[in-house]
Design a protein around this ligand. Structure first.
Ligand SMILES: Cc1ncc(COP(=O)(O)O)c(C=O)c1O
Length: 485
């Protein structure tokens, strides 16, 4: 019979960890700036590299590490690079790499306090640190989840439970007057998904028009709430966005808080991307009033530069979060409840999850708030620098304000040949992201701003410098002039 133990001899394990660290070193040494960051493999090419029958026999892990080095690293996007502007990707940090390795060695089952003591306490401390960073009441309850989409879902689940006039845990929503939820037309798609899955119904999600700055229009919001009330609906929740996905717009959060209060509504702030900037001197004014929120979400895996995955759901009233998620069957009653043991499972839909708090804790410990704030401010300053280049140039135009670290713009160059010719502008700008991808030196995606195709760059990477922004515009100019119209 085969030895059932899966462990390696510990000396060999150490060799493997050393080899892994060399691979990491090589990944960072290969040049943050001098390499293509996207390599244009087809799905078939990548599948062919890895596709094989389910292995019956094991392989020497040193050989597997070489496969990872050769094939996985080679075919992955080089996200640490400052030339990566795609989506809202935080660039990661070195301290968290260590935390991720150590976390797997600990392999904590953190559903109960007694099954993961350090993990359980550390997660609470990390939530408090996040609250301290942004100036939200530090005694709020919170839990780390995989991402902003799940965090929006959990926040809305709490809202639904607390705001419902019926006992929806028992009855479901069948006998309820429909709840209405209000967010600007810039709200993240995960809100629509959550509204659908929670049975609130997308018809009752009111997408309020946004103004020129892409912030929610307060007059329309107030009118819609009043109209809904008149027709017998139940206006239940306002979601303010602290940094929209499209351009980083921050809604007038204080006004939203006041409207929610006057109308007896729940107030959520979606700060998945932008809320870390509320902790900086440079940007905190933009977020005035956000702390009126009953609950919020903020993603360490975006602007605290923590590697994926980590998002925090934070609810001011601890009991509201507990009341939504606490359900303790017989088989989870193990251990005793002495000394205020507080089980993480009571605050989350998920039971077992990984030790997310370790990398967030390590990020705060290793860099401290001073360096994190400086990095966030640097990102914002570089976004302003990019906007300045655009405003001063003949061949680009800004398509949206730049309140934080996202810049939406389009190419208008070629000696005036396409300026003011809307169809040609659309044609060139919608083809540019594809050309950029083929070229591979930089990476970003496009979006639409008020119906126009926009090139959208996101700057949430602490390694970026002004010379990188200059390089970005050089590459775009090179490629834009080559597109035939
Ligand atoms: C404002 C906002 N909310 C929610 C999300 C969803 O976050 P995640 O991608 O972590 O699921 C995003 C993602 O970009 C976002 O920008």
């Amino acid at each position: 019979m085969k030895d059932p133990t899966l462990d390696y001899n510990l000396k060999d394990l150490k060799k493997m960890i050393v080899r892994s660290s060399e691979i990491i070193e090589e990944w960072y040494m290969k040049g943050l700036r001098d390499n293509k960051i996207y390599r244009n493999h087809t799905p078939g090419e990548i599948r062919d590299i890895f596709d094989e029958p389910l292995p019956e026999k094991g392989t020497d892990p040193m050989k597997i590490l070489e496969t990872i080095r050769e094939d996985v690293f080679r075919t992955s996007n080089f996200n640490p690079s400052p030339n990566y502007y795609g989506y809202i990707t935080g660039g990661g940090n070195h301290a968290s790499i260590l935390a991720e390795l150590l976390k797997s060695s600990l392999n904590q089952n953190n559903l109960k306090w007694h099954s993961a003591p350090a993990n359980s306490e550390m997660e609470k401390i990390v939530i408090r640190w996040i609250c301290d960073f942004i100036a939200y009441p530090p005694d709020s309850a919170g839990v780390l989840v995989s991402g902003g989409s799940v965090a929006n879902f959990l926040n809305l689940a709490v809202m639904r439970k607390i705001m419902s006039r019926e006992n929806i845990s028992e009855e479901g929503l069948y006998n309820s007057i429909p709840m209405t939820v209000y967010v600007s037309d810039q709200g993240h798609s995960s809100i629509d998904k959550a509204i659908d899955m929670l049975g609130i119904g997308k018809k009752y999600l009111r997408k309020i028009e946004s103004d020129k700055e892409l912030r929610i229009n307060i007059k329309s919001l107030e009118k819609t709430i009043a109209d809904d009330r008149k027709t017998g609906l139940h206006p239940s929740c306002i979601i303010g966005i602290a940094g929209t996905t499209n351009n980083g717009a921050v809604d007038p959060l204080k006004e939203l808080g006041e409207i929610a209060k006057e109308n007896g509504m729940w107030y959520i702030v979606d700060g998945a991307y932008g809320l870390p900037a509320a902790g900086t001197d440079l940007k905190k004014e933009l977020f005035e009033g956000f702390s009126m929120a009953d609950s919020l979400l903020i993603n360490p895996h975006k602007w605290f530069y923590v590697p994926f995955e980590a998002s925090a759901v934070i609810v001011k009233n601890r009991q509201a979060l507990r009341d939504t998620f606490s359900l303790v069957p017989e088989y989870l009653k193990g251990g005793n409840d002495e000394n205020q043991r507080d089980d993480l499972m009571n605050y989350n839909l998920q039971l077992t999850k990984d030790f997310k708090a370790l990398k967030v804790w390590m990020t705060f410990k290793a860099y401290g708030t001073e360096r994190l704030k400086a990095a966030i401010e640097n990102d914002c300053r570089l976004a302003s620098y990019a906007a300045e280049i655009i405003n001063k140039s003949e061949d680009f135009e800004l398509l949206a304000p730049v309140p934080l670290s996202i810049v939406c713009f389009r190419y208008t160059g070629r000696g005036g040949e396409i300026r003011n010719k809307e169809q040609l502008l659309e044609k060139i700008n919608s083809r540019l992201p594809g050309e950029i991808e083929k070229d591979g030196r930089i990476f970003f995606a496009a979006t639409k701003i008020k119906g126009k195709t926009a090139l959208r760059i996101n700057l949430t990477n602490h390694r970026r410098k002004k010379k990188d922004i200059d390089f970005l515009f050089k590459v775009i100019r090179d490629l834009a002039t080559g597109i035939t119209v």
